[in-house]
Design a protein around this ligand. Structure first.
Ligand code: NAD
Ligand code: LMR
Length: 328
């Protein structure tokens, strides 16, 4: 017997990430090859955006994906989030050259109050939300605060792209396949202060710092490449990452939904673990337990360099929270 369809809302569905993301969801890459989906596509109530969304929907139709049971196209969040099991919050302004992601906070933050409320009021009883729109940690915090009836642990934000970037950099340096890099760990904010961990990230099952012993590279080029990769893509493309961002989101949701071996980097509400202030949404290594469950991995050790930077990225998250205090 075929499974009941999942309802998946995607905001900003006519944008760059949306274009790379929607065929991956509809083809089964996110929820599995036997899981039908209904896509609820949300855009801004502007003629050009809604026309572009129509075009994207026509293309999805023309792919004849067997798992795509239906589509809803709307600019009304109360319709778009109706009965959704997963809400993928992508729609928001991307940064341009010379900006930090945090510079978007005043413009993008308010988007997530109305969306959080609509998810609260109209989402399915098992609704899960992931925020991609930047600054994603703090936007997820805003959505979470706007949805008081939805348990906090249902709100996550995405550092999976950073995790994948770290895996690729380490694999290239070590001359191994990216699949040999496991438990790749990003701590803190999805920003230039994020902390890519070279101790708890493993290469061939050993700490990356035991395989790549060049600490200057690990604390220098590796660190800054991962932290500033988003800006490097913007400088090269003139547009922010889209294909790799969509891929990161597919990985993020799939591993939570289906479960996986090892650990993954996910921004989740802090319970105070590792000294990260409770109530912030921070990237942690989590174990995905299947059926959307996760737990923050406990008992990991950091060296002084990583520990100092973890304190700094948490301070940045606390500062972002202060900036949006009126939205919480
Ligand atoms: P884009 O400009 O190509 O598309 C954004 C789309 O969102 C547009 O179509 C726009 O009309 C729509 N939109 C804006 N406000 C909306 C709202 N309130 N409701 C519904 N739709 C809305 O941008 P993009 O390249 O797709 O990037 C989207 C966001 O994702 C940006 O904030 C970007 O910085 C962020 N991003 C995050 C990561 C990450 O790793 N967390 C990676 C890449 C991009
Ligand atoms: C990224 O990491 O590529 C995104 O967050 C986009 C950006 O602004 O860097």
């Amino acid at each position: 017997m075929s499974k009941a369809p999942l309802r998946v809302a995607v905001t900003g569905a006519a944008g760059q990430i949306g274009y790379a993301l929607l065929p991956r969801i509809a083809s089964g890459a996110m929820f599995g090859p036997d899981q039908p989906v209904i896509l609820q596509l949300i855009e801004i109530p502007v003629e050009k955006a809604m026309a572009a969304l129509q075009g994207v929907a026509m293309e999805l139709e023309d792919c004849a994906f067997p798992l795509l049971q239906d589509m809803v196209l709307t600019s009304d969040v109360n319709v778009g989030f109706k009965d959704v099991n997963w809400a993928l919050l992508v729609g928001s302004k991307p940064r341009g050259p010379g900006m930090e992601r945090g510079d978007l906070i005043k413009e993008n933050g308010p988007i997530f109050t109305g969306q959080g409320r609509a998810i609260n009021d109209h989402g399915a009883s098992d609704v899960r939300t992931v925020v991609v729109g930047n600054p994603c940690n703090t936007n997820a915090l805003i959505a979470m605060h706007s949805a008081p009836d939805v348990p906090n642990d249902r709100f996550t934000a995405m550092t999976r792209l950073d995790q994948n970037r770290a895996m690729a950099q380490l694999a290239t340096k070590a001359g191994v396949a990216s699949s040999d890099v496991t438990n790749a760990t990003i701590w803190g904010n999805h920003s230039a202060t994020q902390v890519p961990d070279y101790i708890n990230t493993k290469i061939g099952g050993k700490p990356a710092s035991e395989v790549i012993t060049d600490m200057d590279w690990l604390r220098g080029e590796f660190f800054t490449t991962v932290q500033k990769r988003g800006a490097a893509i913007i400088a090269a493309r003139g547009l922010s990452s889209a294909m790799s961002a969509a891929n990161g989101l597919v990985d993020h949701v799939r591993d939570l939904f289906l479960g996986c071996e090892g650990t993954r980097s996910v921004c989740v509400p802090s319970d105070g673990s590792y000294g990260v202030t409770e109530g912030l949404i921070s990237s942690f290594p989590v174990r995905c337990t299947g059926d959307n469950g996760y737990e923050i991995v406990q008992g990991l050790e950091l060296d002084d360099f990583l520990q100092e930077r973890l304190v700094a990225t948490v301070a940045e998250l606390a500062g972002e929270k202060d900036v949006v205090a009126d939205l919480l």
